[in-house]
Ligand binder design. Structure first.
Ligand code: MTE
Length: 324
C-alpha cells in the first residue's frame, strides 16, 4: 500500500491540533502518569492523520511509550522550522524556511543503497518506510554552534532499515549523502561547501537503538527545511552529523570523509560526540543556549545520552584529535 503524503493544502484547519493543545496534553499525561513520553504508530497514520488521531491511538493503547524520549518540554514548531542549518539554501538561519519549501521536490523520492551489502538497489521512499512502525522520539538536539532544542521527531530506528540491506562483514561504516540538485538547492551552484553534503557513522553507531531515520516532526510530515522527506537523527552527536534529504546510503570498509572534516579537519572530526570537556578551537562547548530561552545551560556529556552510548567508545580517549 502506498503512503498518501498530502500537500499542506490538503489538510483542513479543523484537522490540525494546535501545538499549545499538544503541549498541554503532554503535560496532563505526564501529570497523570499515564504516558512517559513518545509513542509508536503505524506508518499509514503519519501522513494521513493528525495529532488528534495520535492521541486516540494512545488512548486505545495501540501506542507504546518510547523509553528513548526525554520528558523535557519540546521547542515550538515555529522554533524547529524557522531556525535551521541547511546550507544548500544559504547560511542564514532563516534561509532554509524561506527557500526550501518552494524549491525542494520530495515526490517522487528514492534512496540508492550501495557498497558492502547483499541487497543494494534503489528504494522508493514509500518502500523504505512502509514495512516499519513509526515512533515518536522526543530528543535533545545540540548543534556544534552551542545552541540546542528539544524536538519531537517521528521516525524509524535506523537499525531496522539498515538490516534489510544485509550489510556484509566488511561493512564497518555507513555513509549518508544528501541530494545534489542545484535547481532545487540553489546554494549548490556556489562552491561554498564541497557538495553534496555527506556524513558517516561507524556501523555500530548507526545500528544503535537511539539512531533514527526521521520522516516527521510534531506528528506532521518532515518540513522541507528540516530535511524532507528523510534525514538522520543521532542525538548524542553534534547536529551536523544528521544529514538531511538523504538520497544515498553506502556501506563501506573505510571511514568516510564527512563534509565538515573535509573542509576544516582542525575544527571538526568524524565522531563529533557532544562533549562539554572538549572545546571547539574557537569557542567553549561547556554550555549551550536552548533556542527560545534567555539563559545558557550546561551541556551534558553525550548530550545526556551517556548511559545509552558510552560503551561504544570504551578505551578511546575522547579528548584526542583522532576521536573528535
Ligand atoms: N544536512 C545538509 N544536507 N545540509 C546542511 O547544511 N546542516 C547540519 C545538519 N544536516 C546540514 C545538514 C547542521 S550543522 C545541523 S545543526 C542540523 O542539520 C540542523 O538541523 P535542523 O535545521 O533540522 O535543526
Amino acid at each position: 500500500m502506498l503512503i498518501r503524503r498530502p500537500r499542506r493544502s490538503d489538510v483542513k484547519p479543523s484537522e490540525i491540533t494546535s501545538e499549545s493543545i499538544y503541549r498541554r496534553r503532554r503535560e496532563f499525561m505526564k501529570a497523570a502518569g499515564t504516558i512517559a513520553a513518545g509513542s509508536l504508530l503505524a506508518p499509514q497514520w503519519l501522513f494521513s492523520r493528525t495529532l488528534d488521531d495520535l492521541e486516540q491511538l494512545r488512548d486505545l493503547g495501540e501506542l507504546k511509550p518510547s523509553p528513548y524520549s526525554t520528558d523535557e518540554s519540546p521547542n515550538s514548531f515555529s522554533d524547529i522550522t524557522t531556525y535551521n542549518n541547511f546550507y544548500e539554501y544559504g547560511f542564514g538561519k532563516d534561509d532554509p524556511a524561506r527557500h526550501a519549501p518552494g524549491l525542494l521536490r520530495v515526490e517522487p523520492w528514492s534512496v540508492e543503497v550501495t557498497g558492502e551489502c547483499e541487497k543494494p538497489g534503489t528504494y522508493a521512499f514509500e518502500d523504505l518506510v512502509k514495512p516499519h512502525r513509526l515512533e515518536e522520539r522526543i530528543y535533545r538536539f545540540r548543534c556544534v554552534e552551542a545552541w540546542s532544542m528539544v524536538i519531537p521527531w517521528v521516525g524509524i530506528p535506523m537499525v531496522n532499515v539498515l538490516k534489510r540491506f544485509q550489510p556484509t562483514s566488511r561493512a564497518r561504516y555507513v555513509e549518508f549523502v544528501t541530494l545534489m540538485d542545484p535547481e532545487q538547492m540553489p546554494a549548490q551552484r556556489r562552491p561554498s561547501l564541497p557538495w553534496p553534503y555527506r556524513e558517516g557513522l561507524r556501523i555500530d553507531e548507526a545500528m544503535h537503538p537511539l539512531s533514527i531515520f526521521a520522516v516527521g516532526v510534531y506528528g506532521k510530515e518532515m518540513p522541507a527545511q528540516n530535511g524532507a522527506p528523510i534525514r538522520l537523527v543521532v542525538p548524542w552527536k553534534y547536529g551536523f552529523k544528521s544529514s538531511k534529504s538523504l538520497v544515498k546510503i553506502r556501506f563501506t570498509e573505510e571511514q568516510p570523509l564527512n563534509t565538515w572534516q573535509q573542509i576544516t579537519p582542525e575544527e571538526y572530526g568524524f565522531y563529533a560526540n557532544v562533549n562539554p570537556e572538549v572545546d571547539h578551537p574557537r569557542w567553549s562547548q561547556a554550555r549551550e543556549r536552548r533556542v527560545g530561552s534567555f539563559f545558557r545551560q550546561s551541556t551534558q556529556m553525550f548530550n545526556g545520552y551517556r548511559e545509552e552510548v558510552a560503551h561504544l567508545y570504551r578505551g578511546m580517549d575522547l579528548r584526542s584529535r583522532e576521536y573528535w
